[in-house]
Design a protein around this ligand. Structure first.
Ligand code: PEP
Length: 248
């Protein structure tokens, strides 16, 4: 099955209204790459102005609460980010797992909440360095997928992102063989959970993707795109990744 490539940015806790000017170049690159889906997740406060400034881009949230509404001070629901202009959300990012103690079950509940609002979901998984060193990367990722992927997931609204924690923001990446191996076991695990729908679910690689390494990483089997942190903050760094995806 052919899956459209997806290049998604994650601005994390970076950016400002002034930084939204970067979206102009990103939107132009996306328009020039009609075979690639381009998404940018921004901080909550920037969703509405980003969506206004770049209506042709898919702007998203970096997280949503698992409840639809209620007494959850400081949290933001899927309906709220949707009203602000978000078309998708990340869930289960490793920084939220580390900083906020989120679990794979939380990622599952957040994905379900996002789905109730019609948002696309990019659900993240990935091992720590200690887990990789202990030869447990495959088992850890399988367990995370098992606990976080909703039964009704399919490629129309759900994307998985494999992001080894030790590769995020470090400039280090797994070997291409290691990336392909995890993506293969992730696809197989999805198949046991959702059957044939697994073939339509895109699996992104994330962790220190740049314009220099994007082409080789994106060419790996079962790598359907990239989730990009640092290199998504400027058009100068993000556009080469979009261009690399478009060339495949
Ligand atoms: C991320 O934030 O999901 C990420 C992969 O970050 P970076 O590209 O900076 O490693």
């Amino acid at each position: 099955m052919t899956r459209r490539k997806l290049v998604a940015g994650n601005w994390k806790m970076n950016g400002s209204r002034a930084a939204l000017a970067e979206l102009d170049g990103i939107a132009a690159a996306a328009a020039a790459a009609p075979n690639v889906d381009v998404m940018v997740a921004v901080p909550f406060t920037l969703i509405a102005p980003a969506a206004d400034r770049a209506p042709t881009l898919s702007i998203g949230a970096e997280d949503v609460h698992e409840a639809d509404s209620g007494a959850h001070t400081g949290c933001v629901s899927a309906a709220m980010v949707k009203e602000a202009g978000a078309r998708f959300t990340l869930v289960g990012h490793s920084e939220r797992r580390m900083d906020q103690g989120e679990t794979s079950h939380d990622a599952w509940a957040k994905a379900a909440a996002a789905r109730r609002q019609g948002l696309h979901v990019i659900s993240c998984c990935g091992e720590t360095e200690a887990e990789r060193d202990a030869d447990r990367a495959e088992r850890v990722v399988q367990a995370q997928i098992e606990k976080s992927v909703p039964d009704n997931a399919d490629g129309s609204w759900f994307t998985l992102a494999y992001e080894p924690r030790w590769a995020i923001g470090t400039g280090r990446t797994p070997t291409l063989e290691q990336i392909a191996a995890i993506h293969a076991i992730a696809r197989a695990k999805l198949r046991t959970l959702i059957g044939d729908a697994a073939d339509g679910v895109r699996i992104l690689y994330g962790g220190s993707v740049t314009g220099d390494n994007a082409a080789t990483i994106l060419a790996c089997d079962n790598v359907d795109g990239a989730l990009v942190g640092g290199a998504s903050l400027t058009a100068a760094k993000f556009v080469p990744i979009i261009t690399a995806a478009a060339a495949l």
